[in-house]
Design a protein around this ligand. Sequence first.
Ligand code: ADP
Ligand code: MG
Length: 204
Amino acid sequence: MHASAAPPVGRLEVITGPMFSGKSEELMRRVRRARIAGVNALVISHSLDTRAELSAVTSHIGVNIPAIPVGNVSDLAAAAAAEDFDLIAIDEAQFFGPDLVPVVDDLLATGATVIVEGLCVTFDGAPFEPLPTFMALAEDVTKLTAVCTICGRDAVFHERIAAQPTGAATDIDASHVGGLDTYVARCREHFGQPAATSPGADGS
Ligand code: ADP
Ligand code: MG
């Protein structure tokens, strides 16, 4: 990293949107670029994300980069304190819940850049903390959309096509992990119409 006389000042970047919007791809792109620039970057994943090998951030098309899997915010803080990291990138940040906010504040106070990446919306269409809070506090917010698989418009939602879990949509559990067999991306018009294969969503 380039030497600088200025005191270190933290920077918070948010990458958010619904499932399939390319959040993990964007996180990986930024980490790769930073490493080319000589930045010491740590990538954190959540151990609830069981889609791929635990020690990687993986996109829906299978691209991945190595990551440290942790199960709670204190393990995250410990992993971040293990070295003098310039950049800490957190995948699937919604899994850490609101307790992540003060931990990220502490990381920013060290002068690090923190990328918080995760879902800002639950599968039933409600805001999903802590991403909305991070969006309010960040230097930079990238809000991505997926592609509605009914009409091709921008999708700001995703919804389950598999059986609903028993808990609330904001529960921090593995019900938020899934792929194309479990979730679909939906625009505002088609959200609430999970049966894409049914004959005519309007009943015709
Ligand atoms: P996220 O982390 O936001 O869930 P990923 O970065 O893992 O998303 O994957 C994004 C990729 O998923 C896209 O580049 C595309 O190849 C694929 N994909 C599959 N279904 C969709 C969809 N409905 N809309 C957009 N991308 C999709
Ligand atoms: Mg992802």
